[in-house]
Design a protein around this ligand. Structure first.
Ligand code: SF4
Length: 176
C-alpha cells in the first residue's frame, strides 16, 4: 500500500549505483545479490495479479533501471501489460525523469517516482516518496505532451498542500 495506488504487488530488484545517504535498502545495491528471478517467481507474481483487488505491480529496488536490470524489467513489464492491461505499472528509480523519459519501457509504465533519496529533504508526510526532491509522475499524460521531458505530476505534495497529520484519503484512484 505504500508503494503506489491501491493494494499492489511489489518486485524489489537487485542493483543500484545511486548510493543515496541513509538509503533504506542498501542490501539491494549489489546487482549480483538477491534471489534469482525464475519461472516460479514470475508465477507467484501472476498469481497475485490474478486477484481482482490487486491494482497492479510496482517495480522498486535497488533501481529497476540499473544497467543489469533494464532489459529484463522491460520484458517483464511487456508481458504483464499484455496479460493484465487493466492493471497499473509503477516504477521507482533513482534517475530523474529528464534522463529516462525516452526509454522504450515507458510505454508500459503508468507512474514513475523519480530521483535519488535525499536525507536532508526527507518528509514522512509525502505520499509515495521519501524526500521532497522526488516526483510522482503521470507517465501517460507526460508522454502525450509535445515536450515529454516536462513531467506532469500524478499528484502534488501532501505535505505542502494539506499539512496532513493523518493518513490521506483517496478519490477516484488518485489524490484529492
Ligand atoms: S536509488 Fe533507492 S535503492 Fe538506490 S541508493 Fe537511492 S534510495 Fe537506495
Amino acid at each position: 500500500m505504500l508503494n503506489g495506488d491501491g493494494l499492489r504487488v511489489v518486485l524489489w530488484v537487485a542493483g543500484c549505483n545511486h548510493c543515496c545517504r541513509e538509503c533504506h535498502n542498501p542490501i539491494t545495491w549489489d546487482p549480483d545479490g538477491g534471489l534469482l528471478f525464475d519461472d516460479a517467481a514470475k508465477k507467484e507474481i501472476y498469481e497475485q495479479l490474478d486477484k481482482s483487488y490487486i491494482s497492479g505491480i510496482t517495480f522498486s529496488g535497488g533501481d529497476p533501471l540499473h544497467p543489469a536490470n533494464g532489459m529484463a524489467v522491460r520484458e517483464l513489464m511487456a508481458q504483464i501489460k499484455e496479460k493484465y492491461p487493466q492493471k497499473t505499472i509503477w516504477l521507482y528509480t533513482g534517475a530523474v525523469w529528464e534522463e529516462i523519459y525516452s526509454y522504450a519501457l515507458m510505454k508500459y509504465v503508468d507512474v514513475v517516482v523519480d530521483g535519488e533519496y535525499m536525507a536532508d529533504k526527507k518528509d514522512v508526510k509525502l505520499l509515495w516518496k521519501g524526500s521532497s526532491n522526488q516526483r510522482v509522475i503521470d507517465v501517460k499524460k507526460t508522454l502525450a505532451q509535445e515536450d515529454a521531458s516536462v513531467p506532469v505530476l500524478y499528484c502534488g505534495d501532501y505535505a505542502e498542500e494539506y499539512q496532513l497529520t493523518e493518513k490521506p484519503e483517496y478519490a477516484g484512484g488518485c489524490c484529492v
